[in-house]
Design a protein around this ligand. Sequence first.
Ligand SMILES: [Zn+2]
Ligand SMILES: [Zn+2]
Length: 282
Amino acid sequence: MPLGVHVSIAGGIGNGPARAAELGCDTFQCFGGNPRGWKQKDISDEEVARFKSELKESAVAVSVIHASYLINISSPEDALYEKSITLLTEELLRAEKLGVDYVVVHMGSSRGAGSDFAIGRVAAAIRRIAAAHPGLKTELLLENTAGSGETTGARFEEVGAVIDGVGDAPIKLGFCFDTCHAFASGYPLATEEDVASLFKEMDKEIGLSRLKVIHLNDSKGALGSRKDRHDHIGEGCIGDFGPFLRHRVVGELPLILETPKKKPDDDPRNLALVRTLLASGE
Ligand SMILES: [Zn+2]
Ligand SMILES: [Zn+2]
């Protein structure tokens, strides 16, 4: 299965594929621009060409852009909601230009307006994007959240309801599953029984065919703590990652680490541990 990390785009997004390849990754994720800014720089044709040729030369099979953290398509405030739709549209168009497979987005927070409001709001935003730019090749992936600050998507039923609300709008729409967020929002992951019931529920509420990417992170927060704090694999509260990694559903899916990067050997160490866990099941 493709295994990779979130890489920096310092010096230009064209550096992304080579950074992933250096770590022996066959998939990677990066930001499409500054994840904390509303104004994203246009990508030049040279940068697009460089990204595409680096991608072609590398062993990278699947590429992912993580959309800006500022986007809040659950917001009850019209100004923020409109800005969020504009920025998410830009993220998708940029990814399409670069030939990136997926854009992952957090659905944001309704700030007290409630889950039903948030579900309708997110679905309407996606329908609008689909109507304005039908038939994009890049697929939009909704990510589950840890549930702090009333974020939309902490439970699978919310993600499923958004997908139902988008209906047959002309957009490719899937799901990105984050292990840290799931654990923090109350889904245990350490035993074979935990993992079996997790995927059973995901299948019922979202449909396993929608699952396209996995964010593989340990959790600094306890089960149900609603804390979005990632930890190194095996060093947080989740426990044994073996049963999860060996489950048949995880089999062919791209796995992307978003674990802390404090020291130069952090990514290589986490990657090596995951490779060992994957091999131990063969
Ligand atoms: Zn994630
Ligand atoms: Zn997170």
